[in-house]
Design a protein around this ligand. Structure first.
Ligand SMILES: [Zn+2]
Length: 95
C-alpha cells in the first residue's frame, strides 16, 4: 500500500512520528504475541507512526501484553487516528 502524505497531514502527524519499533504484523488487529484482538478499538491503541522497510506504518501497543507491532498505514487509518485524537479517546495521547 503506497501512501503519499500531503503537507497538512505531515504537520498533523509530526508529534506522533517515532522510530520504528516492534514487529510487522500481518494480522493487523490481532497481537502477534498474545493473540489479543483489538478490532473494535484499534485506533485508541496506536502509539505513533514510522517509516519501515514495508512503507509508511502505524505502530500499536497491545493493551494486554504491551507488545508493540506495526502494519501498513493508509489514508483511512490516519483519518481514524485523527478522529480519536480529536475526541481524546486514544489512551496514549489523552489530554
Ligand atoms: Zn498482546
Amino acid at each position: 500500500m503506497k501512501i503519499t502524505l500531503n503537507n497538512t497531514t505531515k504537520d498533523f502527524l509530526k508529534p506522533y512520528m517515532m522510530p520504528l519499533v516492534g514487529t510487522y504484523n500481518v494480522g493487523v488487529f490481532e497481537c502477534p504475541h498474545c493473540g489479543k484482538s483489538i478490532l473494535g478499538n484499534f485506533y485508541t491503541h496506536i502509539i505513533g507512526f514510522a517509516y519501515a522497510p514495508v512503507g509508511f506504518v502505524k505502530i500499536t501497543e497491545c493493551p494486554n501484553c504491551f507488545e508493540k507491532y506495526y502494519s501498513h498505514c493508509g489514508d483511512n487509518d490516519i483519518d481514524m487516528f485523527k478522529y480519536h485524537i480529536e475526541n481524546n479517546t486514544n489512551i496514549h495521547f489523552k489530554k
